[in-house]
Design a protein around this ligand. Structure first.
Ligand code: F0G
Length: 459
């Protein structure tokens, strides 16, 4: 008999969580202007806002923290970090940054600019913002499969390579400084990219001499899916698979806050000496000296250790299974989710969950607020709030292809009973979905509006 897949760790240190009542949470929501980013974390019972920077570090990582070398230049911890990243990625130049978006900012400051186009399977919001901030245009090439939430397929995170090639011919390779593959595809439902798709993307780009970069935040989860779903890789280790993934790329940006199991950190890695030199110049101005970037020596130690732990297959089996478990329970109750479950999160299909709320009244935001009100669960909308744009001429909202609510699972933080509780709350809210109300935005910034926008329910 198959035994239960258990957490491959025991718990040495705990953090109490605060219980609140429904009336208290109604008040909290109102004060936060119905935006989960504006809710004080103390008032959250189960925090599924993000899997980023929320991991529980291991005892070894914490001892690395104590052992960090805080020298300004040439810190021993930097060399340990550099060795760990090189061993995994094979890239030549490793540039530490304080988080993923800092690496993106440096990269697109160098290669972006007006008249340029950056293709991606699906840009994450900060990647898109950094591309656009440079003046370039960020273009997504999700496959048709990837756009259908209910469809079960192995690699819904893939790049639509035919559309990519047509686009390159249309815009001209000289206007495309690089192309990105986001692994796993976060905005596309946490879905993996296959090795076959990675290779095919590289084959096309090579023909046009366009570099390929990985947005590698969740490389280990992606590699595990390849092992489970692409037959040729069944017998390979996740580490070997990850090495192969990186071998097709010319560089990567990485938020270490995900698959390096740390609370802060990131890096830019490249093979091109020129690009590395220029990146380091910007790094010194905006982040810090090249042997610490935006980080303390202790952070670099924790990343080096985290990169070793993340490719442990007992961990990855538990990780992917625990997310799948949440997905299975919701599917069983008829709750519409993006199928199959992703690597780091379950995405509720808000368009089907709250059918009666049109995109311009933000069905996802409505579900987010109700999950908090009903159960103290914090989630995030990934739909018209996060990616909606206004038509320059008509002022009308242009919605993205999906309206989703993400329940992101922090790494090594919650146990099965926490997840069972989440299932119960989602069931309850789904049961009275017809009563959910739409929302309108009453205040918003010009960029990345989901972080600070203020909402009001529509009466
Ligand atoms: N790329 C992807 C695919 C991401 O998911 C993120 C962050 C980043 C880049 C930026 O990294 O936060 O270290 O600057 N995603 C978090 C999330 C915030 O909640 O999905 P960062």
């Amino acid at each position: 008999m198959m035994k239960t897949i258990i957490e491959p760790f025991k718990i040495k240190s705990v953090e109490p969580i605060k219980f609140t009542t429904v009336p208290e949470r109604e008040d909290i929501l109102k004060k936060a202007c119905y935006n989960p980013f504006l809710i004080p974390a103390e008032d959250v019972l189960i925090d599924l806002l993000t899997d980023s920077g929320t991991s529980a570090m291991s005892a070894r990582q914490w001892s690395g923290v104590m052992d960090g070398d805080e020298s300004y230049a040439g810190s021993r911890s930097f060399f340990r970090f550099e060795r760990a990243v090189k061993r995994l990625t094979g890239f030549r130049y490793i540039i530490p940054t304080h988080q993923g978006r800092a690496a993106e900012k440096i990269l697109f400051t160098l290669v972006g600019g007006k008249g340029k186009f950056v293709p991606n399977n699906t840009h994450f919001d900060t990647t898109r913002a950094n591309v656009e901030y440079s003046g370039a245009e960020a273009v997504d090439f999700q496959t048709e499969e990837g756009k259908q939430p209910a469809l079960v397929a192995d690699f819904k995170g893939n790049m639509n390579t035919e559309a990519l090639e047509t686009f390159i011919n249309e815009k001209g390779a000289k206007n495309i400084p690089l192309c990105i593959l986001t692994v796993t595809n976060n905005s596309g439902g946490g879905q993996p990219v296959s090795m076959a798709n990675l290779k095919e993307t590289k084959r096309i780009l090579k023909r046009y001499k366009i570099p390929l970069f990985l947005d590698a935040c969740r490389f280990a989860e992606n590699a595990y899916f390849i092992k489970k779903r692409e037959r040729a890789y069944a017998g390979r280790t996740v580490f070997e698979i990850a090495r192969e993934m990186f071998s097709y790329a010319d560089g990567c940006t990485m938020s270490a806050k995900k698959d390096a199991l740390v609370n802060m950190g990131g890096f830019l890695a490249v093979n091109d000496a020129d690009l590395a030199g220029q990146a380091r110049n910007i790094l010194i101005v905006t982040e810090g000296f090249p042997t610490y970037g935006g980080l303390a020596g202790r952070d670099l130690e924790a990343i080096a250790q985290g990169l070793e732990e993340i490719v442990d297959e007992h961990y990855l089996r538990y990780r992917i299974r625990s997310v799948e478990y949440l997905g299975e329970k919701l599917i069983l109750a008829g709750v519409p989710i993006v199928q199959p479950p992703g690597g780091h999160a379950i995405y509720l299909d808000a368009a089907r969950f709250a059918k009666h709320i049109p995109p311009h009244q933000y069905p996802g935001q409505s579900i987010v607020c109700e999950l908090f009100r009903a159960g103290g669960i914090r989630s995030v909308e990934i739909g018209s709030v996060m990616f909606g744009k206004y038509d320059a001429k008509t002022g009308k909202l242009i919605s993205p292809s999906m309206e989703l609510v993400r329940l992101a699972i922090p790494r090594r933080v919650y146990t099965q009973s926490h997840v069972d509780y989440v299932v119960e709350v989602v069931h309850e809210v789904y049961g009275r979905r017809n009563l959910l109300k739409g929302y309108r935005i009453v205040e918003e910034p010009p960029m990345l509006r989901h972080f600070t926008a203020k909402f009001l329910p529509i009466r």
